[in-house]
Design a binder for this molecule. Structure first.
Ligand code: XMP
Ligand code: MG
Length: 178
């Protein structure tokens, strides 16, 4: 694999497609064991998780459903803090086992905020599957239950993740060059 350029920046090969696939198959096997008979509802968060969600879901053998949402952040009226709301979440979550599928947990802010909204809909359980986590960047109390790879606090692209819109279609993961 060679260094690539997206817009003005260069990215170096980081995790190859074969390694990614093997890891996702292992995660799917673990989820199969944990959710046998439960018919969980997976909620993929667009845009970044679309490839991870597709590959993870494809490898599941249990009965399962999947839906996709977008998260939009807006300024709350009385405070300066951003509120994150889900667009496109039509399913009745009461009494459902929910598994959120995210591309990457960085500070954890996005998921921390979304979890509050999700809890209001009274699901039976909520777990998080994140393709990537950056443990050293975490600032919110978010714990992913299924993690593809823990990575250092460096910007990455590929396999659904983008730099300013580009790079999502690259089948492997690349890391920003110094
Ligand atoms: P927080 O801080 O809310 O951020 O956990 C999660 C969102 O930040 C974006 N993000 C990245 N996107 N490469 C990317 O392409 C990265 O290395 C990266 N780090 C954070 C991403 O949109 C994610 O949903
Ligand atoms: Mg992005």
């Amino acid at each position: 694999m060679q260094t690539i350029q997206l817009h003005d920046k260069h990215f170096a090969p980081y995790i190859d497609a074969t390694t990614i696939e093997a890891r996702i198959i292992a995660l799917a096997q673990q989820i199969d064991l944990d959710y046998a008979q439960e018919r969980p509802l997976f909620i993929g968060i667009l845009n970044g998780s679309f490839l991870f969600a597709a590959d993870l879901f494809r490898h599941l053998k249990i009965e399962a459903e999947i839906s996709f949402i977008k998260l939009a952040s807006y300024k709350g009226t009385s405070s300066t803090c951003n509120v994150i709301t889900a667009i496109g979440l039509e399913e009745d979550l009461s009494n459902r086992h929910v598994v959120i599928i995210e591309d990457i947990i960085d500070t954890g802010k996005t998921l921390h905020s979304f979890m509050q909204e999700l809890k209001n809909r009274s699901p039976k359980s909520i777990k998080i599957a994140s393709f990537l986590t950056k443990p050293s960047a975490l600032q919110y109390p978010i714990v992913a239950d299924y993690i593809g790879f823990e990575i250092p606090n460096k910007f990455v692209v590929g396999y659904g993740l983008d730099y300013d819109g580009l790079g999502r279609n690259i089948p492997a993961l690349y890391q920003l060059s110094e």
